[in-house]
Ligand binder design. Structure first.
Ligand code: CO
Length: 154
C-alpha cells in the first residue's frame, strides 16, 4: 500500500467531522416545484441542522394564474400545519393565504402563479433538530394534496 494512501486514510475521520459540523451553503438551499395539478415535486425535504439559515425557492412550473392555481410554500411544526392552513385560507389571497402575525409560521413564500418563482430565507434559531416539521401550500384546500415532511436533520 503506498504511503500517500495511508496518509489520506488517516485524515478521513477529520474530513467527515468537518462535513457534519459545517454545512455547505448548497445544502441549506432547497428547491421545490409546484404545478397546475396542485402538486409539489417532493413530499420530503431535508436540511442539515448545521444550517444557521435556510433558503427555499418555490418554482411554479404551470401556466395557470395565481388567482386560480396560486401556490405558496409554508413551514410550521407538524402539529400547527392544519390550523395555520385553515386560518390562512380565511385570510384571503391579499394576505398570500397566511394568517397575519402568526408566530406558528416558521417561514413562508408569497403566493405565485404559473411561470413565477419565489424564495424565502429564514433563520433556524428557533428550530430543533429532530422535531417534526411540515411544509404545505396554504391556498384554500391545497394542503390535502400539497404537503410534505420537512426534516431538520441532526
Ligand atoms: Co397550492
Amino acid at each position: 500500500m503506498p504511503r500517500s494512501f495511508r496518509f489520506h486514510t488517516s485524515l478521513l475521520p477529520l474530513l467527515i467531522m468537518a462535513g457534519t459540523t459545517c454545512a455547505r451553503a448548497a445544502d441549506c438551499h432547497l428547491r421545490i416545484d409546484a404545478n397546475d395539478q396542485m402538486q409539489f415535486s417532493q413530499h420530503q425535504l431535508e436540511v442539515p441542522a448545521a444550517c444557521a439559515e435556510i433558503e427555499v425557492t418555490l418554482n411554479h412550473t404551470g401556466k395557470l394564474p395565481a388567482a386560480t392555481m396560486g401556490h405558496n410554500w409554508v413551514l410550521t411544526r407538524s402539529k400547527d400545519a392544519t390550523a395555520v392552513a385553515t386560518l390562512g385560507a380565511g385570510a384571503g389571497a391579499q394576505h398570500n393565504y397566511l394568517p397575519v402575525n402568526d408566530a406558528r409560521i416558521i417561514a413562508a413564500t408569497r403566493l405565485i402563479g404559473g411561470g413565477e418563482s419565489a424564495s424565502v430565507k429564514f433563520s433556524t434559531a428557533g428550530m430543533k433538530a429532530g422535531e417534526d416539521y411540515t411544509f404545505f401550500c396554504s391556498a384554500p384546500g391545497h394542503i390535502a394534496m400539497m404537503k410534505g415532511r420537512f426534516q431538520f436533520k441532526p
